[in-house]
Design a protein around this ligand. Sequence first.
Ligand code: C5P
Length: 222
Amino acid sequence: KQVPVLTIDGPSGSGKGTISRLVAVRLGWHYLDSGALYRAVGLAAAWSEVDLSDAEAVAACARRTEIEFRTGEGGAEPHVIVNGKDATHQLRMETAGAAASAIAAHPPVRDALLDLQRSFRRSPGLVADGRDMGTVIFPDAAYKVFLTASARERAERRHKQLKDKGVSVTLDGLLREILARDARDAERAVAPLRPAEDAVHIDTTGLSIETVVARVLALVNP
Ligand code: C5P
């Protein structure tokens, strides 16, 4: 019998990360933060001064980058160790998001991360968070969710998240960056952000985290 997978896809700031981690804890399943893999590769490429527009060079970098997740307690954000360095803080910065989005457009880079992502599918189950979890990586997933929220609400959430971490950025700047990244992710030729045909859509605008977690859990345990 196949290990069950719940995919949670959506744009940045839709609440995917928070919701996915909490749902994984409640179900006692493993958790894959695929965005962190793209961020880590973007960062590793920048560290070794690889040209981010050179698809093959970045793909080679993706294959040799060591990425380790140190699980947080009770749904806390896990620490991410990239080539032996704790990169957790750097990875959350908008510069890492932009680098991730740039390198994620290269097909060889996506191929390089394919097997690694699928290797997270281990018993008793997996919650996979990203852009193409339900469409490309786990098309056979039993449960698929597509989370959205208005751009303004997503910018406000990111703003609060960064402020809590002591990073100062303007809301308007964030909104612009989010809209630019959305457009790039939706319009790219490979694995563009789009819902799987069989995904359940949840618009999280104005909903509490608990409400969204409950709705997602209800899909798995009706
Ligand atoms: O989800 P997160 O904001 O961490 O993702 C960072 C970037 O990585 C996204 O903007 C997207 O371009 C890319 N990504 C992707 N496929 C995934 C996860 C993330 O292309 N499955």
